[in-house]
Design a protein around this ligand. Structure first.
Ligand code: SF4
Length: 249
């Protein structure tokens, strides 16, 4: 089985409480080991794997399980991407990312982004020191690491009305029929977008299947995805997971 794009929600834990967080309040949950073994025993090639959360540095053991299972089942990876808030700068995290990068076909396309948003607490020396340390640790072992700064204008206008920003965000979450993002939540459920809040994920309509099902396959996920678009080629999703047809562009 070949999947172009997979986003793994390795944890719902986080060390910050950002005002713009589209997930909502953090939860004390890490990806279940059976999800990783089920997924990687069935999928043989992934072009683009994103490690997501929550904050990935809060789940180093789960990150290690991701790598162990990729190696165990011989999954071929094109490239890897991870975003971190950089507040938990640990050598173990960058070493694990280094192991992950080495599995990929093209290490030069892999990257760690340290998300330096205005909604994070950037004001203190400690915060800056931690982000700098993360950058330094990654560079020590030649990992491609970007300290990604969002200006206030960019950051504010890109905030989606989801999670903690459900009431004040600036744009709707819109999904298009041609773009299935294949987001795998901690318990194996596959969702069509990586920008859903934990609350929206409770809507069964958005649950396209589960990688732990014995009959799981990409075709079924795609069929279930396409059934969402009977009335329109685009859909707007709100924080409760309600779907409204969008205007076709
Ligand atoms: S935006 Fe990221 S760093 Fe901030 S609370 Fe949400 S998951 Fe955590």
């Amino acid at each position: 089985m070949h999947i172009y794009n997979v986003i793994l929600e390795i944890t719902r834990k986080c060390n910050l409480e950002c005002e713009h967080c589209l997930r909502g309040d953090s939860q004390n949950k890490n990806m279940l080991p059976t999800v990783l073994s089920s997924l990687f025993s069935k999928v043989k090639y992934i072009d683009y794997l994103t490690i997501s959360g929550g904050e990935p540095t809060k789940a180093l053991h789960t990150l290690e399980l991701v790598i162990d299972n990729l190696e165990r089942f011989g999954v071929n990876l094109g490239r890897i991407y991870v975003a971190t808030n950089g507040y938990n700068a640990k050598r173990k995290f960058v070493n694990l990312m280094c192991r992950l990068f080495q599995i990929c076909e093209d290490t030069s396309l892999c990257s760690i982004d340290i998300s330096n948003s205005i909604f994070h607490d950037n004001s203190t020396d400690d915060a800056n020191r931690m982000r700098y340390r993360m950058d330094e640790l990654a560079r020590e072992i030649n990992l491609n690491c970007r300290n990604k700064y969002h200006t206030s204008h960019q950051a504010t206008y890109s905030v989606i009305r989801m999670g903690r920003a459900a009431e004040w965000g600036h744009r709707d979450l819109k999904i298009r029929k041609e773009t299935l993002e294949f987001y795998v939540s901690y318990n194996g459920i596959v969702y069509p977008s990586c920008d859903l809040s934990y609350k929206a994920m409770l809507n069964p309509k958005l649950q396209l299947g589960n990688v732990t099902d014995s009959d799981f396959d990409v075709k079924t996920i795609e069929v279930n995805y396409n059934t969402l678009f009977i009335e329109s080629e685009t859909l707007i999703i709100d924080n409760d997971g309600n779907l409204t047809p969008g205007i076709n562009e």
